[in-house]
Design a protein around this ligand. Structure first.
Ligand code: HEM
Length: 174
C-alpha cells in the first residue's frame, strides 16, 4: 500500500488516477453546463457534475490524510533540473488549491441557489450567473484546466523525451 523511495504505493496510485479521471469528467460536464442555455441540458450535465464533485471531495480528503499521517512521497528522481522540480512542486500545490476553491465555490453556489432541489427534486433550474461564487468557479475552472494540461504534458515529456521513470512510478508495481 505504501510508497517506497523509488515508487508510489498502491493507495497513492489508485487515488491519483481515480481523481484524474473524475476531474476530467468535472471539467467536461462543468463546461457542458456552463456553455448551454437550455435548462434541461444544464440539469442533465449537473446531475453528473455535482455527485462526481462530492466523490472528488472525499478522495481529496482521503489523499491529504494519507500523506499527512501514513505515507511519504518517493525521493525526486534527479533527472530534472532544479527549476523544473520547483515548477512541478508549485503546479502540484496549485492543483490542490484550485480543487479546494472549486469545491468551496461549487458548494456555496448550490446552497445559495437551492440547486439540489432542481437536480434531485422537481424545482426549476435556478439562475446562477449573478451569484458571487459563480465567477470564482469559472475562473478556477479555466485555471485547473490549464494546470491539468501542464501537469499531464510534463509527465508525457518525461516519459517520451527524457525516458525516465516519472510516469512509470505513478503506476502499479508488479
Ligand atoms: C474539483 C472540483 C470541480 C471542478 C474541476 C469543477 C469544474 C467546473 C467547470 C469546468 C465548470 C464550467 C465553468 C464555466 O463554464 O465557467 C463548472 C461549473 C459549475 N460547477 Fe463545478 N467543478 C467542481 C466542483 C463543483 C462542486 C463541488 C459543485 C457543487 C456542489 C459544482 C457545481 C457547478 C455548477 C452549479 C456550475 C455552473 C454551471 C452553469 O453555470 O451552468 N462544481 N464546474
Amino acid at each position: 500500500m505504501k510508497s517506497s523511495d523509488a515508487s508510489y504505493g498502491t493507495f497513492a496510485v489508485t487515488i491519483h488516477w481515480l481523481s484524474a479521471v473524475l476531474i476530467i469528467v468535472l471539467i467536461v460536464s462543468g463546461f457542458r453546463s456552463g456553455f448551454v442555455v437550455d435548462p434541461e441540458v444544464k440539469l442533465s450535465a449537473l446531475r453528473v457534475h455535482v455527485p462526481v464533485a462530492i466523490l472528488v471531495l472525499l478522495l481529496t480528503v482521503a489523499r491529504l490524510v494519507w500523506w499527512w499521517r501514513f505515507d511519504r512521497k518517493p525521493a525526486p528522481l534527479g533527472t530534472a533540473p532544479r527549476w523544473q522540480e520547483v515548477v512541478a512542486l508549485w503546479v502540484h500545490r496549485a492543483l490542490y488549491l484550485l480543487i479546494f476553491v472549486l469545491l468551496a465555490s461549487g458548494i456555496a453556489m448550490s446552497v445559495m441557489s437551492g440547486l439540489p432541489d432542481a437536480l434531485f427534486g422537481s424545482a426549476q433550474m435556478p439562475e446562477l450567473a449573478d451569484l458571487a461564487p459563480r465567477a470564482g468557479h469559472g475562473v478556477a475552472a479555466r485555471l485547473i484546466a490549464a494546470a491539468v494540461l501542464l501537469h499531464a504534458g510534463a509527465a508525457l515529456y518525461h516519459h517520451v523525451i527524457v525516458k525516465d521513470a516519472t510516469l512509470r512510478r505513478m503506476w502499479f508495481s508488479r
